[in-house]
Design a protein. Structure first.
Length: 98
């Protein structure tokens, strides 16, 4: 059906995007072995406009499929810069409760 085709295209496109992002992250990690400064690459999920609504966390799992605001992501990123255990890592960003 048309709905099934749209859903299939959405998920296969999402998988392609995640695979592409994973390749970029792998490249960054490989290249970071030659630098003397700490780095961190956040891997956000779906974002939307709006006011801050929820606290976000670093996760080793896939990003949440539920959207959160750009403001929430900015707040997480600024806080993550102070979290040395995230240096040299590429965490997914998830909302509270996930």
């Amino acid at each position: 059906s048309n709905v099934t085709n749209k859903a299939s295209n959405l998920f296969s496109g999402e998988n392609l995007r995640i695979n592409d992002h994973n390749k970029v992250i792998q490249f960054i990690v490989e290249q970071s072995k030659n630098v003397d400064f700490p780095f961190m690459v956040t891997r956000p999920g779906i974002r939307k406009k709006g006011r801050a609504k929820k606290k976000l966390f670093a996760s080793k799992s896939q990003p949440t499929p539920f959207p959160y605001t750009h403001a929430d992501l900015a707040e997480f990123t600024l806080g993550a810069l102070k979290t040395e255990k995230l240096y040299g890592r590429c965490p997914y960003v998830v909302g509270d409760g996930f």
